[in-house]
Design a protein around this ligand. Sequence first.
Ligand SMILES: [Zn+2]
Length: 124
Amino acid sequence: MSEYQKQPPPYGMHNPPPSVPPYGPPPNVPPHLLQPQGPPPLSQPRLLVQGQFGPAPSSSICPSCNIPVMTRVEHESTAKTHLFALLLCIVFFPCVCLPYCMDSCQATNHYCPNCGAYLGTYDH
Ligand SMILES: [Zn+2]
């Protein structure tokens, strides 16, 4: 072992402390630009109330997840559905189950596909 490499001490063993900028806003920046950029705070969740949903899945903002979702719809029999069935029972009995098969005779409930929260109802 004739070779002997003397390793120089590596540089940068200790970093100089980072220069801390002085606190305070820069003088030529308006104060409203110093606010952190982000979505404006929602005072209340934009919950779509009844009447703003359609019979088909629609985009909405889930108040629980707070994200835009495409609603999941479920049809529910309402009093009108039973009323239609009753009328059809009187008029033409074989059609008595028709209102339960027709979406237009049923209320359409919209749910969040993410968390399953109830978002609203579309009634005819
Ligand atoms: Zn949700």
